[in-house]
Ligand binder design. Sequence first.
Ligand code: HAM
Length: 422
Amino acid sequence: MAINKVKGTYDVLPNESHKWIKLEKDIRDILSLYHIREIRTPMMEYSNVFHRDSEGSDMVTKETYNFVDRSNRALTLRPEGTAGVIRSYVEQKLYTSQELEKVYYIGPNFRYERPQKGRYRQFYQFGVEAIGAVDAALDAEIIILAYDFINRLGLKGVKVRVNTLGDEASRIAYQKALVNHFEPYKDELCNDCKIRIDKNPLRILDCKIDHKHPSVKSAPTPLDLLNEVSKSYFDEVVSYLDVAGISYEIAPKLVRGLDYYSHTVFEIEANIEGFGAQNVLGGGGRYQNLVKELGGPDLGGIGFAFGMERLLMAIEASKLEYSKDLELDCFVITMNQPLKKIATKLLYDLRSEQFVADMNYTAKGFKGQFKQALRLEAKYIVILGEEEFQKGVASIKDTRTEIQEEVKLEDVVTYLKHKLEK
Ligand code: HAM
């Protein structure tokens, strides 16, 4: 039986991994400018970290990978990063050491979604959370960071869309307005949405079945029902964005697909030709109840996450020269077993000088090894042949100029050092 990868997963092959390495490096470099440190939390958590009473999104109710372990514990593979980070923040009492804890994370998440281009069942997110403060300036900083990040990657045609859901009171008022709005259309909506009207009307707005129903298009927006406090908070967030001079647009219909949000929400959308349907690169927002719900103090936070596959797709679609595969400085060819010993020592010495060096291990003939060196795009080929050995030299070929020179064995490293450093 052929064994295949799990549906909705993918392999990053050796000739593609340089893109991931570069993206992760960029993330770490940019995040350090914002004085944000990394947090690493487990990929599995007790199920109630995600399956909280208040969380009724599709992502949590229908798309999580749940299982019981051998001791009958209910566990879930994380479908997103935020809840696990907050679990850790609360459990490790990080709120006692810092007023504001800012962290970032990079790692795989799991959602049982219908796979398509840009949508997988295991996918990577890079995310940021700033926990412990409610301040419009902080909301703005997080949005500015997301924007700055995209810009530094060199992505053009990316839009930042911002909205607010308001505080608890505004949210309740908005939910009521949605119930009143959708009630007359109840019979026309899908079975899930019929239940959502009473339980969680906000989720009708991003229902995968009903999102094109006219009643969804004509539904009230959160902005219509904001109270004064929420409105002035949002105005302040926006005024900070204006001061920073970043470009964004207010998207009154943006509500996000998770239930923990209140106040500011935002998404980053790619409008790049040939990008495809899954054009939301990332999104986030403020959460005021999550810390308390997971057993911590009454503290709010704000964060976002980008899908890393989608970032790489955007880089590809933008035809950016983003990263280079590993370059081979030198490939050593040997003609017999004893010469392999010399080659082994030579490789060790070359690597000590920080050169990328390799040789053949499959006992191919000269021609085969030479072809291999060219295929690997080695800059230099060092040939250790019988004849050379008698003379105490190696032949070194520059694959670009095709010039070949004989160099004393003990001078090979110095010779290559000189050539490669030019
Ligand atoms: P989210 O919108 O569910 O938010 O996911 C963030 C990003 O992850 C999406 O914009 C998308 O790029 C990527 N993504 C989501 N699902 C998939 C998938 N199946 N395949 C590929 N990429 C995917 C969150 O997860 C929140 N935790 C963000 C956040 C952090 N809010 C506050 N803090």
